[in-house]
Each structure stands twice: as structure tokens, then as C-alpha cells.
Write a protein that binds this ligand. Structure first.
Ligand SMILES: Cc1cc2nc3c(=O)[nH]c(=O)nc-3n(C[C@H](O)[C@H](O)[C@H](O)COP(=O)(O)O)c2cc1C
Length: 433
């Protein structure tokens, strides 16, 4: 029998497929959190380990220096703060892990450590932090930077940041909270410590002033694809979010590469789960998905990627391969994969469709039976540890229902994904198998 694997669900605190006829009504007040509360409950009923929220922090001017394309197509804006959202979602769910993104380039470490400690308390141990260094120029301009620091500098800061945050989260020793009514002591001062960190980027005295949370340290997630990003993840992450680009061979190679790097940092591969973000599209098996993509959906797909990469992709011919000399300071690994496809003669249009609809290298477009079979087969071939199902781009109720009501029950019947939550914390569930 196949090994069990984990499931996460990928989302964004932004308008759900607002142009899909089925979603217009409830998409209107997505900012109230109601849409995502419904989604969270459904994902929890299906026993996903977690719901994950990506984030960026500015209105993109990648397109000709103007905000127009971004705003008209709701590419990177509007997007509300997912850290606030998971705080709300912790009150409407009981078992689901809740992971939100926050940037080490934009936050100060004390603020972030206190915030996640608080949410871990509110959710009773279900919080996770996706550590990003931010790859958009616009975000940097909103936080006092004249320009986005180069990738290497951002990772230098991230390393110091995570070290400081860890020290803050452990600045209260186990047993520091005494709550001794007779002696009138809430916390034992001998067990609460200053951290006195003085480094290149941060000066933090500590200790943290929040109550130690159930997990103490939220689950640390990361998704760096560059060599530096992989090292950072191998050193720090308990959950690495990778892509399925390149199919089984590339997924297996990524896993081996991360495990090798973890060992070099003195960690066991068992200390981290590697999960692959992928699109899944349930169809009746006859529909050619590509032919159903409308022009406005294509603009949305292209624009979202352009904003992440930091290059105005609209300036290039959609029906030719992307030129090899395009460079980005944003998500370099995403650009590299489009250029790699370009080398094989794949046009920019097809490359973006590949990325957004799923290359279908894994066979994840088709009937629910076909998809469930191929998800399980891919995990068998790769060796673990699961998938993060993406429904950000153009996800609508029909799409979500196809995944949750059709694919997941099949996987459960096959015995390859969980049918209940064995642990109470996100960490317990992620490391249960
Ligand atoms: C599944 C997944 C989720 C990601 N989520 C975010 C995100 O929320 N915000 C962000 O700025 N970058 C996000 N990224 C990008 C990576 O975190 C990383 O910053 C990017 O790959 C650039 O780093 P690199 O040059 O090391 O690849 C995500 C990447 C993947 C694969």
C-alpha cells in the first residue's frame, strides 16, 4: 500500500475569481473574511493539514510603470493582510492548520514574533509562518527602502531575523508560567530571559512579552527556490513549499537536494516536510481546459506572474518564446522556468498556461478518478511528503468543489490521506506520518 501524504490548500486574501459567474455574489464582500471562513470550514471538513495564504505588500507598477494593469485586473491588489485573516479563521475552525506569509524584509522581528505567538495562542497551536524575503520592488517602497535590496542581502537579513525570532519565542523557559496563587506569582522571573541581540540588522533586548503559545514556535514554512533560498529553507524550515514544475524527476531531485542540504546543516530529513504546490482541475474528461481560458483570465495569469517576477511580461510577444536575456530581481526561479521552456521553443502563452493550469506532466487535469490516481502515483514516485492544492488563480466554487468533494474522498478511500486529525497542533499533524 502507498505511503500516506499530507494535503494543504493554497489561497490568498484577495477577491475570489470575481469574474466567474458562479462567484460574483459572494465575491463582493470577500474582505469581510466570510468567503475565506467558508473555504476554511470546507477545507477542514476534508481534513487538509492546513490552509495557506500567500502575500505581497504593494500595488504593482511592473506594467509600464503604472498601476493601471494591476488594479484593473486585481492582480496583486486588492489584497488584505492574511496574518489578520488567520487570526479570524482560528475562531471559526478547530483543527485546521493556518499558515500565513510575512516578510523578513518588511517586518521587525519583535513585532512578528509577538504577533505569531498571539495567533498560535488564539488558534490553540495551529499557526504557521511562511517566511518570505519579498521579491517586489513596490513592497520595499512602502517600508522605507529606496529600492528592493538584492536577493543575497535579503537572505542575510532573513537569517538574522529568524535567529532573533527563535530566541524571542524561547525567551520564556518551560515552566516560566507558575500561576501560584498562594505566593502571588504569575511568572517566575528567573525563567524569563532578555536576549540582548545586537546584530547587523537588528537590536532586540527581549524577552517577548506575550504568553508562551501552545507550539511556542509557529510551524516555520519556506519556499525559496534559488540555491541560497534552498540553503535557508534547509537550515530553518519544517515545511518547504516547492513546485511541480519539471514533473516527477524535478520533484525528486528537489527533495534529494534539500535532504542533502539539511544533512550538511546537521538536520535529519525527517525534521522537514516537503510539499509540492500544484493546480488540479477536475473536468468531465473531455473538455480541453486550455481552450476554455478567456482573454481576461490569461491577462490575470500573466500579470500575477509578471508581478512576482518583477518584469513587465506584457511587453513580449505572447506567441514566441520569452527572450533568454530577461533578468529579474523578483522570483528568479519562476523566471528561470519560463526561460527554460523558451529554450525548448515553448511560447510565453503556453508557458504561462503550463504553470497556471498545471503542466499536466503529473496528469492533474481530468476526472476525479484520474487525478486521485495520479496524485497518489506521483507521491509514490517522489517519496513524499504531500501536495498544496492551488486554487488562487480563477478558482471558483465549482473548482473548489471538484477538489474537496470529488478528489479528496477518493484519496481517502485509497488510504493515502488523512480522514481525521490525529493531533491538536499543526506541528503534530504535519509530523504524524
Ligand atoms: C508555493 C509557493 C508559495 C510562495 N508564496 C510566496 C508569498 O506568499 N509571497 C512571496 O513574496 N513569495 C512567495 N513565494 C516565492 C518564494 O517564497 C521565494 O521568495 C521566491 O521563490 C524567490 O526566492 P528564490 O529566488 O530563492 O526562489 C512562494 C513560492 C512558492 C513555490
Amino acid at each position: 500500500m502507498s505511503k500516506m501524504f499530507h494535503l494543504g490548500f493554497f489561497s490568498s486574501f484577495s477577491p475570489p475569481a470575481w469574474h466567474a459567474a458562479t462567484d460574483r455574489a459572494h465575491g463582493e464582500d470577500w474582505w469581510s473574511g466570510d468567503y475565506h471562513a467558508r473555504l476554511a470550514r470546507r477545507v477542514e471538513e476534508a481534513c487538509f493539514d492546513f490552509l495557506f495564504f500567500e502575500d505581497t505588500s504593494g500595488v504593482s507598477r511592473t506594467f509600464g510603470g503604472l498601476m493601471d494593469t494591476d488594479l484593473k485586473n486585481s492582480l496583486s491588489a486588492p489584497k488584505n493582510d492574511p496574518v489578520a485573516l488567520i487570526s479570524y479563521l482560528s475562531a471559526v475552525t478547530t483543527r485546521l492548520g493556518l499558515i500565513s506569509t510575512a516578510s523578513t524584509t518588511l517586518y521587525p522581528p519583535y513585532l512578528l514574533a509577538r504577533l505569531y505567538s498571539t495567533i498560535d495562542g488564539l488558534s490553540r497551536g495551529r499557526a504557521g509562518w511562511n517566511i518570505v524575503t519579498s521579491s517586489e520592488e513596490e513592497s520595499a517602497h512602502n517600508y522605507g527602502y529606496a529600492a528592493l535590496p538584492p536577493s543575497g542581502e535579503r537572505y542575510d537579513r532573513a537569517e538574522e531575523f529568524v535567529e532573533v525570532a527563535r530566541q524571542l519565542w524561547t525567551s520564556w523557559e518551560e515552566g516560566a508560567v507558575v500561576r501560584d496563587y498562594d505566593r502571588g506569582i504569575y511568572a517566575d522571573p528567573a525563567k524569563v530571559h532578555e536576549i540582548n541581540h545586537v546584530g547587523k540588522h537588528f537590536r532586540v533586548r527581549g524577552p517577548l512579552n506575550s504568553h508562551p503559545s501552545p507550539q511556542r514556535i509557529p510551524v516555520l514554512a519556506q519556499a525559496g527556490g534559488s540555491p541560497r533560498g534552498r540553503d535557508f529553507a534547509a537550515q530553518n524550515a519544517e515545511l518547504i513549499m516547492a513546485t511541480t514544475i519539471g514533473g516527477i524527476e524535478a520533484m525528486r531531485a528537489f527533495r534529494e537536494d534539500i535532504h542533502g542540504r539539511m544533512k550538511a546543516f546537521g538536520r535529519s530529513p525527517d525534521e522537514c516536510r516537503i510539499m509540492y504546490a500544484t493546480h488540479v482541475h477536475v473536468t468531465d474528461g473531455t473538455r480541453d481546459l486550455r481552450s476554455t481560458v478567456t482573454d481576461s483570465q490569461l491577462v490575470s495569469m500573466l500579470g500575477k506572474h509578471a508581478a512576482h517576477i518583477g518584469v513587465d511580461l506584457f511587453q513580449y510577444d505572447l506567441d514566441a518564446p520569452l527572450p533568454q536575456d530577461v533578468v529579474a530581481n523578483g522570483t528568479t526561479s519562476m523566471l528561470d522556468s519560463i526561460k527554460e521552456k523558451g529554450k525548448q521553443g515553448i511560447t510565453l502563452r503556453e508557458a504561462i498556461l503550463d504553470v497556471c493550469l498545471g503542466d499536466d506532466e503529473l496528469g492533474l487535469v481530468g476526472t476525479a478518478d484520474h487525478i486521485a490516481h495520479n496524485l497518489a502515483g506521483a507521491m509514490d514516485a517522489v517519496g513524499g511528503d504531500g501536495f498544496i492544492i492551488m486554487a488562487t488563480q480563477n478558482a471558483n466554487e465549482e473548482h473548489v468543489s471538484g477538489i474537496i468533494d470529488e478528489v479528496v474522498p477518493r484519496l481517502q478511500r485509497m488510504g493515502v490521506v488523512r480522514t481525521d486529525y490525529s493531533g491538536t497542533t499543526l506541528r503534530e499533524n504535519l509530523f504524524a506520518f
